[in-house]
Design a protein around this ligand. Structure first.
Ligand SMILES: Nc1ncnc2c1ncn2[C@@H]1O[C@H](COP(=O)(O)OP(=O)(O)OP(=O)(O)O)[C@@H](O)[C@H]1O
Ligand SMILES: [Mg+2]
Length: 321
């Protein structure tokens, strides 16, 4: 798929999401970045801020097999991955696949599940396969997890450990709507709720992912990404900075954003635009920083301001247009 066709299809999907979710356009763009970069998304926000609405609208805009998992304290790993079921007719066992065997999985309120259940899900996310009582099964493709969590509640929740957070390509932080957006939402949901139409097939999603993977990256930009990650690792207010996986994810995300913008090469602005969502959930503050009020985005912004701005990449002649 060429970059014009890709950008057009992506605009259509974003417009469908925008029918149900009223808010800043970068929210839908970040969901699409994760889809294109073959990553997973964590959506964080207080209750009633449209986390579930957004995730559902995203799934509804794609012709992908969808399943929803409501995480609770008593959810077992087998409720997610599946189990062997005995067939009394012939005395055999057959594998009953759990809801993780979908192409887009909404994991709602992931921090309400106990660690064992979270890790079953997170293993699937990293490996693209699950092991059920000794049998390994490949998950379908594309495969994308959209998980939601509420940052405030602590009672009866199990915060995701950093190794598991690192498996999310990016975290979308939903904030309260502007006055205009809130009024628009009230008007839109006053009557019959909006309908989101499917506008991209699984085959098209795979093509979009291939197109994003083929986006050109100048070596300068690899240096820029690595330097940003190192700058945060050296930050004295942090106990833990971004992993090399985080740096790789930033580059993959930047390629996806380039495609969204109709380009087949990455610009430094693509990297800068995604540094916050890709890094924010992977930073752990020192106890002193935590006590003063930790704002991961502010640290990423500081790194962006301090790491020398790379020159614009030399765009090969045949790509200029
Ligand atoms: N920005 C918004 N755009 C569209 N609908 C919104 C928006 N904000 C809130 N809503 C509406 O508010 C209601 C609650 O949204 P939703 O259930 O998605 O919230 P949530 O963040 O998942 O909440 P919870 O944490 O309680 O699960 C829905 O009817 C939704 O349409
Ligand atoms: Mg919800």
């Amino acid at each position: 798929m060429d970059s014009d066709r890709a950008a057009q299809l992506l605009r259509t999907i974003a417009a469908e999401i925008g029918k149900a979710y009223v808010g800043p356009p970068e929210v839908a763009r970040q969901l699409l970045v994760a889809l294109l970069a073959r990553g997973h998304v964590l959506i964080e926000g207080v209750p009633g801020i449209a986390k579930t609405t957004l995730a559902r609208a995203f799934a509804a805009a794609l012709e992908l097999r969808f399943s929803r998992l409501q995480f609770t304290a008593d959810l077992l790993p087998s409720d997610i991955v599946g189990t062997h079921v005995y067939n009394p007719k012939d005395g055999s066992f057959h594998l009953h696949e759990g809801p993780i065997f979908a192409q887009i999985v909404l994991g709602d309120e992931i921090n309400r599940a106990p660690a064992k259940t979270q890790s079953a899900m997170l293993e699937a996310m990293q490996e693209g396969q699950v092991t059920i009582e000794g049998t390994t099964r490949e998950l379908p493709r594309p495969f994308l997890v959209v998980a939601t969590q509420n940052p405030i509640e602590t009672e009866g929740t199990f915060p995701l450990p950093e190794a598991q957070l690192d498996r999310f390509l990016l975290r979308i932080d939903l904030t309260y709507p502007s006055l205009e957006d809130e009024v628009a939402m009230l008007a839109r949901y006053g009557g019959r709720p909006p309908r989101v139409e499917r506008c991209a097939s699984a085959a098209e999603v795979l093509e979009l992912q291939d197109a994003a993977g083929a986006v050109h990256v100048e070596p300068d930009l690899q240096v820029y990404v690595a330097a940003l990650a190192r700058r945060l690792r050296d930050d004295e207010s942090l106990l833990l900075g971004p992993s090399p996986r985080a740096a790789l994810n930033l580059l993959q995300a930047a390629k996806a954003l380039a495609l969204l913008s109709g380009r087949d090469y990455v610009l430094p602005e693509d990297v800068a635009a995604l540094a916050r969502p890709v890094f924010r959930h992977r930073l752990i503050p020192t106890p002193e920083t935590a006590a003063e009020g930790f704002r991961p985005d502010a640290l990423v912004e500081r790194a962006l301001a301090e790491v020398p701005h790379r020159p614009r990449p030399r765009v090969p002649a045949e790509r200029r247009g």
